[in-house]
Design a protein. Sequence first.
Lengths: 101, 300
Amino acid sequence: MREIIAGIFICLGVIVFVISVFGVFRLRYILNKIHSAALGDTLGLALIVIGLIVLQTEALQILKLFFIVLFFWISAPIATHMIAKLETLTNESYEERVKDK
Amino acid sequence: MEWRMWLQKIKDWVDGYTVMIDADMYIANRKRREKWDWRSIIDFIYEKDLHKLHNTLCVMCCVAFIGVMLLVVNDLPQYGNVNNPANNEVSVRYVEEGLEETGAVNLVTGMILDYRAFDTFAEANVLFLSVMGVLFLLKTDKKNDDKQQQMVRKKDAEMEAIEQKPIRQIGAKYLTPFILLYGIYIVINGHISPGGGFAGGVIMGGGMIFYATAFGKEKMEQIFTFRSFANISVGSLLTYFVCKSYSFFTGANHVGWEVPKGVAGNILSAGLILPLNICVGLVVACTMYGFYALYTKGDI
């Protein structure tokens, strides 16, 4: 039973990752690309790690996996925020680009 | 009769007879020697109408180099052949007796920091030399500074003082200690688990760069100045040198003074690998942060 639940979660996470990779290649503008890449980094990673947590029995292992998610959920948004900030600060045609779409 | 004259000349020269025999002829025929410039041979290259020649020469040089490289590839031994020079007794020896001889569970670390420690020393020196080159070019001091650069730097400092970056600062405040701790963990566990000086040093340098992007120049200078950069880099390289050079003085075989290996798997084991790992990690971290600091603000 436990394996089935873990498998469902991991499959969902992989599907989310595939969707986010499609988005990274399909979308053209950098802010849209960031949006779709963040999907995999947050939801996909969390789903896969939940699946792995279900499989684990020791408390220490569960804590370690939880810390992986915590680290990624703190650090990935900061990196994304810095990329987006650079785009808004340096792109000269930013206003037109955003208004059109 | 010509050759006889030359023979006489040579004979005189050998005997040390310095007076010229045919001095009158020499004076009658002498000319002022033209000053010859070797650059006159390749003068035609500098003419401007020779773009086609330039392109042709470029292509020909490239084709020649590609040809040489393809010839070398043709001479390479067949992939996967048993008799290749790579398949010798060295790898077998590393795999079979590496744990016993070096005391490191991670065989890669045992290889690069014990069997081939001198190679790794040169790699650490390459990192140090590269950061020295960047320092030589980009560090701003009294001699390579002018008013325009000062203006630019002043503007940058003002912009940075105004700029609000709460997200980065909160993130750096909570994440940097853990990133540094993780880097230190990887460096210290280099001989037990995957990792080692280079990987852990890169993580430590990344953490320092993250902190510097969030809190700026002044805050970073409180903990990491140019002086500490120089002390740490040079000190760890010298420590590495001293730790490893003894084995060359003792006949490259550690004869006479064996470092105790300890129990394989403990932190304090594997002889000199742990201090060497720490030295490499410190050099790599300093190099990473040095590049970042020199490229952004021209000073560490």
